[in-house]
Design a protein around this ligand. Structure first.
Ligand code: SF4
Length: 356
């Protein structure tokens, strides 16, 4: 039997598609360079949908996000079957966003139309750079022309479009970043994610001795993005025109429940008044304490410009003496706590300091 509380909690859905054509030199994501058996991967996703339907009932699903990997490698009929099944098991009547991540060269105009017919409302494109030498260095399979082609094509459709970029490559300086921001402005993108290149140990870059920009240069580049992009920063790495934020990510960062489906996916499920950390693939879920969940909500909420909501659980973990004496770094406004511009630059340290 489901209790009323369980039945009424909406959950966002994240679906991981962990397949790529090849591995990029910096990539530590859970993805493999193989051509999968799409039918069998689809069946696995559907069985996970079924499992959570059994646990949660016909919950409301505000957003769906297909992340990867390279979800745009998925045939449109597989995408359509997954959406139909989710619509059958859950309630999509208030679903306001279905995002699919893509890479240039893997999504034709026809295929995008087919995805749109099946429900796609937002396309996120892994552009990373508009410089062919940089793309080659990163191990990307596309060139700048191919990236601009998919952006132009997608922006002509009635969907929202986002692009990911990587900055802080060896020898990068603020001039490079300003040039990139100008190109983004010229194209007229309404949403971008700007990620700092981080070197992960078990990647080709991790085996090289790369001459990375120092911390001051990195901070200057970060500030230059804010100054030169015609978009508002709404999260540490995300920028959008009004009304173009990623609703799925915003919900997750706000601390809303979400289910992760597929190998490598993780979620936070709320049932029977209890939080569970959950992973897809082998369907595992374990109870987590309200305190752990409160710290997670602070970690994600403070990365956003609108901050984290101070609910009762969050209130219990905050060190108000520290917060009140460090107004230059962190502020409370009504039921929100947020990091100032200075605080955002030292967010990891700040998160430790504001906890009791
Ligand atoms: S396309 Fe994305 S997920 Fe795939 S290897 Fe490159 S960075 Fe990793």
């Amino acid at each position: 039997m489901f209790n009323i509380e369980t039945m009424t909690h909406a959950h966002n859905i994240y679906i991981h598609i962990p397949f790529c054509i090849s591995k990029c030199n910096y990539c530590a994501f859970f993805s493999r360079a193989i051509a999968p058996d799409w039918e069998s991967y689809k069946k696995q996703i559907l069985s996970e949908v079924n499992f959570w339907h059994g646990k949660l009932g016909q919950i409301n699903v505000p957003t769906i996000f297909f992340g990867g990997g390279t979800p745009s490698l998925m045939p449109a009929n597989i995408f359509g079957d997954i959406i139909n099944y989710v619509a059958h098991r859950f309630d999509l009547s208030n679903c306001s966003e279905i995002t699919v991540e893509s890479n240039p060269g893997t999504m034709s105009a026809q295929k995008l139309d087919d995805f749109i017919k099946c429900g796609l409302s937002r396309l996120s494109v892994g552009v990373q750079s508009f410089d062919d030498d940089e793309l080659q260095f990163l191990g990307r399979r596309h060139d700048a022309e191919c990236a601009i082609k998919i952006l132009d094509m997608a922006m002509q459709k009635n969907i929202r479009v986002s692009a990911d970029f990587i900055y802080g490559l060896p020898n990068h300086n603020t001039e490079n970043i300003i040039c990139l921001c100008n190109q983004i402005n010229k194209i007229g993108l309404q949403h971008v994610s700007m990620y700092e290149l981080t070197i992960e140990k078990n990647t080709p870059f991790g085996q090289m001795n790369l001459n990375m920009p120092d911390n001051n240069t990195m901070a200057d580049m970060y500030l230059a993005i804010q100054d030169h992009l015609n978009l508002q920063r709404y999260e540490v790495s995300n920028y959008a025109a009004p009304g173009h934020t990623c609703r799925h990510n915003q919900n997750v960062w706000d601390g809303a429940p979400y289910i992760g489906l597929g190998h490598g996916a993780h979620g936070r499920v709320f049932m029977n008044n209890t939080w569970f950390e959950q992973s897809g693939g082998d369907i595992k879920y374990n109870e987590i304490s309200n305190k752990t969940r409160a710290v997670e909500k602070l970690m994600t909420g403070l990365r956003t410009m609108r901050g984290a909501t101070i609910d009762n659980d969050v209130k219990n973990v905050l060190d108000f003496d520290f917060i009140n004496s460090h107004n230059g770094l962190v502020k409370i406004d009504g039921d929100k706590i947020y990091a100032t511009d200075a605080g955002i630059l030292i967010l990891d340290d700040l998160l430790v300091d504001i906890l009791r």
